[in-house]
Design a protein around this ligand. Sequence first.
Ligand code: SF4
Ligand code: SF4
Length: 259
Amino acid sequence: MTFLMPVTINAHEKPLKYSRLDTTRVTTEVRRALQRFDSRAATWISRYTARGGKVYCAAGCFRCCDMPIRVSLAEALVVAESLTPSQFEAVEAHAERVWLNAHESRDGDEYVENHRRSVGFCPLLDRETGRCGAYEARPARCRDTYSAMPARFCAPDGLSSLRRSERRAYEQEVRTNPVMDGTSHFIAPLEDLSVPIWETCATLMRRELGFEVWGDFWTLVAYSRDERFWSALRSHSPRSVIAALKRARLYHPELVQIE
Ligand code: SF4
Ligand code: SF4
């Protein structure tokens, strides 16, 4: 695997600093948006449970931590600046597996399935305790994924292992439960609450870079310390950024999107 350069900036010792982007200003604003989400989500959950609603997510539950996660570069910077050197190395190794999966999968469905079955759990997860090693910095997608059904439905084979009658009952529940969006058992109003985070990140990236950078969580965290990535971002348009990323062998459309 050749796309990752050695880490040259030691987490916790120096702030990340790049020529076209004030990372401290970006991460400060993203952290504020994440905190606002946490507060709104807590209020929503407390009202929902007071009315008898059930949220199955709890400390130590981690069956969803093997899902692919899409983030903005702005969120990836928040995570990157929170990691210890060994955590960062684990993310780099995971990003290499993500890269291989992106190149070997024939389509998006296969990419997701292989991610969950082969790439595996997030390296920031402590499998013994179920704790997230980047809890305070974790991205929006990790915060807004709440289940209104037990965790077994969140597993990769959670639906495929159901008997026909169970599957019908699941589909009926998803269609009729007002907090579900008709397609899955995740709580839609909590997902909607994260929209202001995405908007904040989009605005920050447009202001600092002139375009938006989105993509795979672990890939963007790993790239955040790769000077070749930042060199490519200095190009003047999304098209030229993509061309520069391709020349640097850092581009796959599943992993990085420039908008
Ligand atoms: S989304 Fe599912 S697996 Fe993840 S914490 Fe909630 S119940 Fe557990
Ligand atoms: S960052 Fe934390 S919550 Fe998100 S996938 Fe990794 S371990 Fe799970």
